[in-house]
Design a protein around this ligand. Structure first.
Ligand code: EPZ
Length: 416
């Protein structure tokens, strides 16, 4: 298993370019099920999760090919309707094929995802929505089966805004008969990107990016030719890395507007951040000051940046209170940050971080994707060497992390 070794204490400086958004590319790839022909998706990051989705679509009978940041999916034939356990256990986002498969073929069987490192993460709202649209949902031997000759438009209210739930039902509704209204829908930029991709295929969607999304079903969609938005979480991770090292970094090919909550908070810790079109300039402070955060659905502070922000707060001047409102178990990084000397106390959904002057390098373990990013950030600022085990987690969501950080001067290497 690969490890990352980081020699801390270098101020990052230079330029880094952001890759396409993993969490936008995954649903857009699943949307290709809704067409019949050659789908070309560009600005797709080269990541393990992307190839898992590609292999799953190939398992369904589609052609899948990835080259130079492009994914090409041939969707003329769908030969299978099942997302097997092996794919879903590797990547929960496999569940995104559920909606489009029922819409296209009238039937889908998807392995029910189990709990994961950050929480129970049920998919009851995905199936509730499909049921409202007329699908018959059954659960047998760990698989959800959804069946409907043709889905029917429905009024669907989400108890909680769910990102992949909104995406699944939005895709399903594009080919349904009549109008579907999604209320309390997720407003994340990735949902908007998927809506734009579907609109480019001929779908009728209004209101994506607000909590009410209206979809009028059509009988057919064209194949995709679509460019994915930049990854706001990768962008945020580099902003935080620049801030914690007191560095000066230019972040290119990003969308500053998608990171307002984070940028605002990082500025309050003392960093100077300015934006010009698709570029951000970040100048980290000598030592960050403490700030409280509460994770919230977009446009609130993203849960996917909570762990990285906590690493920054671990060395802040003062005490920070971090509240995780989205996932019930997303503090797995705390025990690892403590191994580096961080003073963090957790009570329920709240972590109280008493900033210390310097973290000390240690051997730590990545437990999930964003937790591993927080350990990298902590390692960049720590005194001495940090060795991060189980980096396959980071490879799921960060393209060429060590090359990109190395390009900014970080002393980081992968140990095979
Ligand atoms: C998406 O997960 C992202 N994944 C996650 O990114 C991200 O952390 C999360 O949204 C929140 O922003 C992808 O886009 C592929 P949710 P998702 O449904 O859709 C509850 C990363 O690191 N809920 O919006 O699975 C759920 O338990 C990952 O890249 C239900 O109760 O998250 C949670 O508390 C990790 N029932 C809340 O809603 C449901 O049916 C929000 O989860 C669905 C969700």
């Amino acid at each position: 298993m690969d490890k990352l070794e980081i020699e801390g204490g270098v101020r990052l400086s230079g330029e880094v370019s952001i890759s396409g958004a993993k969490n936008a590319a995954l649903p857009v790839m699943a949307a290709s099920i809704l067409s019949s022909g050659e789908n070309v998706i560009s600005n797709v990051p080269q990541l393990r999760d992307i190839s898992t989705m590609g292999k799953l679509l190939a398992h369904l009978g589609m052609g899948y090919h990835q080259e130079n940041g492009k994914v090409i999916l041939q969707s003329k034939k769908i030969e299978a309707i099942e997302a097997p356990y092996d794919y879903v256990k590797t990547m929960r986002a496999s569940v995104l094929v559920l909606g489009p498969l029922v819409a296209r073929t009238g039937e889908a069987r998807v392995s029910l995802p189990g709990g994961c490192a950050i929480g129970a993460r049920p998919i009851n709202l995905h199936t509730m929505g499909l049921e409202k649209m007329g699908a018959r949902i059954t659960l047998s031997r760990g698989y959800i089966r959804a069946k409907a000759k043709r889905l029917k438009g429905a009024m669907i209210y989400f108890d909680i805004p769910t990102v992949t739930g909104t995406e699944n039902l939005m895709m399903a509704a594009t080919l349904a008969e009549g109008q579907t209204i999604l209320e309390n829908a997720a407003c994340e930029p990735e949902v908007v990107d998927l809506a734009n991709a579907l609109i480019s295929m001929g779908a009728h969607i209004e209101g994506a990016g607000t909590s009410t999304v209206k979809i009028s079903g059509v009988s057919k969609l064209r194949p995709l030719k679509y460019k994915i938005i930049p990854d706001r979480i990768e962008t945020g991770t580099f902003i935080t890395a620049a801030a914690i090292t007191g560095g000066e970094v230019k972040i290119r090919n990003c969308n500053p507007g998608h990171n307002e909550a984070l940028i605002n908070k990082i500025r309050e810790t003392g960093a100077e951040i300015s934006a010009k079109k698709n570029t951000l300039f970040v100048k980290g402070p000598e030592r960050p000051s403490s700030e409280d955060i509460k994770t919230m659905p977009y446009p609130g502070f993203p849960t996917d940046m909570q762990a990285q922000f906590m690493a920054l707060m671990a060395v802040a001047d003062g005490t920070s209170v971090i509240t995780e409102n989205i996932f019930e178990n997303r503090f797995m990084h705390v025990a690892e940050l403590r191994r580096m000397g961080a003073d963090i106390r957790v009570e329920g959904p709240t972590a109280t971080v008493k900033g210390i002057k310097t973290l000390k390098g240690a051997q730590v373990m990545a437990t999930d994707l964003r937790a591993s990013a927080s350990l990298v950030i902590a390692g960049l600022a720590a005194q001495g060497t940090t060795v991060i085990d189980r980096v396959y987690h980071i490879d799921r969501g960060y393209q060429c992390i060590e090359e990109k950080l190395g390009g900014l001067g970080a002393k980081i290497r992968r140990v095979k």
